[in-house]
Design a protein around this ligand. Structure first.
Ligand code: ATP
Ligand code: MG
Length: 392
């Protein structure tokens, strides 16, 4: 049997989070792609070898799993700069979009090329086997789309060819899956809250309680309802409301009001969450407050999020606590807390650390897939025939 490497990947609408191997490698790539041609122009005297590959992901993907095969894409940061970039549409199904697969394959290929020693490499071709843990929104799992998604991945070899990409230009990666596990997103968050890396219960208090998990992402918000150690499929709800739109609105208003062009939503996040000089920018060299803008827009979104919570809580009146996760929870934390103090006073919990909040799903998939891999390994050891004594 060929050696297979563990990968846990959360394909978020805003960004992909991936954890590999023995936790030794992580990737976070914006979920943006743009169609391109064979030779992307290298601007100026851009020296491909000295640049960060993640800023120049340019790939051609061959896979029977794709609706459109053999297309060339810019991925992540490089795609941001294109005028034909596409981000996932909130109404779409993750499991049925080529974009999901393109992001997934590219992320795996980036891991595979990083360190030749892990996989078999002949000339410019790397054969990489993975045991993958990933997830889909509860809604899609409820519709049974997880099975089709899994078999699309398992059924064939998927090839990622690096074109004009720093360091990796000319490399091809053949991806195969030994196993793919598709977990429902809400359930995964619960697992991460109550169990450690060995799936030992770390939070006895929580495990049998009725809880809600409100995941505020870039484009969507999901509220999972947990009861009897399980996700209540019928009660869980997804909403097409994330934090990206508000971040974009803040960026736009800073531009029109102060004439300052921020590069990305990430810059906005930085301004509203940093420890020192929060909610201030430099305008022509003078420190200037943008608090009025950020406060109004974020409070508005926090109110909408609070309304979603109220709505779900009222239908699940015996809920004991709600956890807020996702990047949006980090941005809206103070606003939601203040609203809650003045209004219903629900029992709410946030994570102090933004990383914990944002990597919640990826961490959960990692725990689950590691546990799966350990169990199969044990079984294989038991099943293996005992060596016969050698006759001399
Ligand atoms: N520390 C942070 N680092 C990066 N992004 C952050 C941070 N804090 C907040 N954000 C913002 O939070 C938003 C949501 O991020 P998150 O990674 O949770 O979304 P996602 O899981 O990719 O999207 P979805 O859940 O809609 O599929 C993004 O718009 C991001 O800009
Ligand atoms: Mg998410």
């Amino acid at each position: 049997m060929t050696k297979s490497r563990i990968a846990a990947i959360d394909v978020g609408n805003d960004s992909i989070k991936a954890i590999f191997g023995e936790l030794e490698y992580e990737l976070n790539i914006p979920n943006i792609i743009a169609r391109d041609t064979e030779d992307r122009p290298v601007i100026g005297i851009e020296e491909l070898d000295n640049k960060n590959p993640l800023d120049g992901i340019h790939v051609k993907i061959h896979s029977p799993a794709l609706k459109e095969n053999n297309v060339i894409y810019r991925v992540g940061n490089l795609a941001t700069k294109s005028n034909n970039a596409t981000e996932l549409d909130p109404g779409s199904s993750k499991s049925e979009e080529d974009q999901t697969l393109i992001m997934l394959f590219t992320t795996l290929a980036l891991d595979a090329v990083k360190d030749d020693a892990t996989f078999l490499k002949t000339k410019n071709i790397i054969d990489a086997n993975y045991t993958l843990g990933t997830g889909l929104p509860l809604r899609e799992v409820k519709e049974g789309k997880d099975a089709g998604y899994r078999s699309k991945l398992m059924g064939s070899v998927h090839q990622v060819e690096f074109l004009v990409t720093p360091k990796y230009q000319g490399l091809k990666v053949n991806l195969k899956f030994n196993e793919v596990k598709v977990y429902p997103e809400g359930f995964a968050a619960y697992i991460n809250l109550v169990m450690d890396n060995n799936l030992k219960i770390i939070n006895k208090d929580l495990i049998d309680r009725r809880i809600l998990i409100q995941d505020i992402g870039g484009l969507s918000t999901d509220i999972a309802v947990i009861k009897n150690r399980n996700v209540d499929d019928d009660k869980a709800q997804g909403f097409n409301l994330g934090v990206s739109e508000s971040l974009e609105a803040i960026r736009e208003e800073i531009r029109t009001k102060h004439g300052v062009e921020l590069d990305s939503r990430r810059d906005v996040v930085e301004i509203i969450t940093r420890k020192n000089d929060r909610n201030h920018i430099m305008v022509k060299g003078s420190r200037t407050s943008v608090h009025d803008i950020t406060d109004r827009i974020l409070l508005d979104l926090a109110k909408k999020q609070y309304r979603l919570l109220r709505n779900v809580w009222s239908k699940n009146s015996q809920t004991e606590i709600c956890y807020f996760v996702g990047g949006g929870a980090h941005v809206l934390k103070d606003y939601i807390k203040t609203l809650n103090n003045n209004l219903d006073g629900y029992n709410l919990e946030f994570f102090e650390d933004d990383k914990e909040s944002i990597w919640m799903m990826a961490n959960a998939y990692y725990k689950l897939i590691m546990d799966f891999a350990r169990k199969t390994e044990k079984q294989n050891i038991v099943k293996q025939p005992q060596p016969q004594p050698v006759k001399s």
